[in-house]
Write a protein that binds this ligand. Structure first.
Ligand code: SF4
Length: 568
């Protein structure tokens, strides 16, 4: 298809490379088994805890509306998104990057060409994003490569804001935001709301595999600058088994201790796409990580505070609140509320109530019966008794599902509504903005940390039933395609990037010069490494120093040897 030997229609109307698979329980795991007449047998792990997966699937909220009037947007054959509008629209601004990571899901800097849509292309993608039904709010996530390398990055942010999107974010490695506070302020002024900040752990050691000498300092500096500019931070952690899964508990502690700078963690078990598509079976088995594994590691690393079979719910359960909010705002509203009806194997979440003064946290679901609350909200939506009565019913549903005796001392029931109300157009309407007590005399103590798990698919565990209700579509020059269909072996990324290639690499460098790439241990020059963030590692080390020598190394004890800069 990339060479044109096979027409693109083949992928749209036939089913090349598709085979049946079985999902079954074997040796205490849930596995996917399939046999390809050409490549033989494959087996991979879907879940390391069958009971956990069964529970999450039983809590699935159901599919969203079937997408309508969308023929120009969804035209990708079996990979078509069929339901809903999605929750996050990813829009690539460039495939260039200023890092050279391993793993990298889209093989940045290695494909031999540059795909950098023009500003007009990007505007067309955003305009088309509001052209079909259901017409819902969606987060705009500018991505890449590294989106901040795009010469019109700030214009793209401003345009997305101008045409009515509430939440505009960047999926970034943070280098540009760490380097330049003024750039952060300009992004905020343009309408940027937040970042998905790549973050692999609370030490230089945990970030070292990405090849930048001072990457942890870069992350701390970026968080500091972004917070100062008023931009919200979500930490995005790619978890690789036997590489950084032993440090995910510390990331939760880090976020809880810095809750006014970090509001959400998105844990993403590794998916073997892009640079890792040809991974060996041996390494795949060693590095494979599942959402169930994540909930067990967090239970074990955080003293049992978060329980796998009590505190995790499918992301789709959020949609109970989308429905009631849509009902309350009425059919004439310009936008429907954002909805996240992905397949239960795709995404899960938990909510931790945090005491912002101490950093201590407790799972909300230890003292709030969320399962029953969801059912109550569905009844309130279906009975639709008008605004006043519905709000009263919501209040009663909260009261009957709240257990004051099990709640953290001093946690007021009034904060529960702040946890579930979806964000509005007002940029200060996120959960923690609503939970912050504005009046000086009120004890401004409570915040919430949202911890999510999204497990992107790869060729070894691919399931079209998941992509048809995907909530993370890519906005491309060829319509909107599920994240997993775009980045996995199906090959839509390679096809579309080649169809809309900007230039070959040599040609691009001739015209535009080379962009800097930090790799092979080279450090990013920073104005300062000073920061006001609280680091659980340092506190743990100081605590242990008081008693005995700590087992692991803190970030400032490892010196990375200076090596030759690589500029491609
Ligand atoms: S199909 Fe992939 S990108 Fe879409 S919701 Fe599922 S895991 Fe996420």
């Amino acid at each position: 298809m990339i060479t044109g030997a096979v027409p693109l229609e083949t992928l749209m109307h036939e089913h090349p490379g598709e085979i049946k698979a079985q999902i079954l329980e074997a040796d205490g795991n849930v596995v996917m088994r399939k046999t390809c007449p050409k490549h033989g047998e494959f087996e991979d792990v879907m879940s390391t805890d069958p009971a956990f997966l069964a529970r999450i699937e039983s809590l699935f909220f159901g599919r969203d509306f079937r997408a309508a009037e969308d023929k120009d947007v969804h035209r990708h054959g079996t990979s078509n998104i069929k339901f809903g509008r999605g929750a996050v629209l990813t829009v690539d601004l460039t495939n260039r990057c200023n890092m050279m990571c391993n793993p990298c899901f889209m093989d940045a800097n290695q494909v031999g060409y540059v795909h950098e849509p023009t500003f007009e292309d990007t505007k067309a993608i955003l305009d088309r994003a509001v052209s079909f039904k259901p017409r819902r709010q969606v987060i705009i996530l500018f991505s890449g490569g590294e989106p901040t390398l795009s010469p019109y990055y700030l214009d793209a942010v401003a345009y997305a804001k101008k045409i009515g999107f509430y939440r505009i974010l960047a999926a970034t490695n943070g280098i540009r935001f760490a380097e330049d506070l003024e750039f952060c302020k300009a992004a905020k002024a343009a309408g940027q709301h937040g970042v998905y900040l790549q973050f692999d752990g609370v030490s230089e050691e945990k970030n070292k595999h990405r090849g930048v000498g001072n990457l942890f300092d870069v992350k701390l500096r970026a968080i500091e600058n972004l917070a100062e500019a008023g931009i919200k931070v979500t930490l995005v952690v790619t978890i690789v088994n036997n590489l950084n899964n032993d440090g995910i508990g510390q990331i939760v502690e880090f976020a809880a201790k810095n809750i006014d700078k970090v509001q959400t963690i998105a844990f993403q078990p590794v998916s073997f796409t892009g640079r890792d598509e040809d991974i060996s079976d041996e390494l795949r088995k060693k590095w494979r990580y599942t959402l169930a594994g994540m909930t067990h590691d967090l239970r074990d690393q955080l003293g049992g505070h978060i329980q796998p079979l009590r505190d995790w719910f499918p992301l789709s359960s959020y949609s109970a609140f989308t429905s009631v909010m849509d009902m309350l705002q009425g059919a004439d509203a310009p936008w429907g509320w954002s909805s996240c009806n992905c397949h239960p194997n795709c995404g899960i979440f938990t909510l931790l109530v945090v005491n912002k003064n101490t950093g201590e946290f407790k799972s909300l679901f230890e003292f709030f019966n969320y399962e029953q609350f969801m059912k109550d909200v569905a009844v309130i939506t279906d009975t639709a008794r008008g605004r006043k009565l519905s709000y009263a019913q919501l209040g009663m549903a909260i009261m009957r599902n709240f257990s004051a005796e099990r709640a953290p001392e001093g946690f007021p029931i009034s904060q529960i509504i702040n946890l579930f109300k979806p964000s509005s157009t007002n940029s200060n309407s996120d959960r923690n903005d609503r939970m912050a007590q504005k009046t000086a005399d009120a004890n401004d103590t409570w915040r919430v940390l949202c911890v999510e798990g999204m497990w992107f698919q790869d060729l070894f565990n691919y399931d079209f039933r998941r992509t048809e209700m995907c909530v993370i579509p890519y906005g491309t020059q060829e319509g909107e395609i599920s994240f997993c269909a775009y980045n996995t072996g199906v090959g839509w990324r390679q096809i579309i990037e080649n169809m809309h290639k900007t230039a070959g690499l040599a040609e691009w460098y001739q015209e535009n010069g080379r962009h800097k790439v930090y790799a092979a241990g080279k450090a990013v020059p920073l104005n300062t490494t000073k920061h006001s963030l609280s680091l659980p590692v340092i506190q743990a080390v100081l605590a242990e120093d008081a008693e005995e020598k700590p087992a692991f190394v803190s970030p400032y004890l490892v010196e990375t040897p200076e090596e030759e800069t690589v500029s491609l």
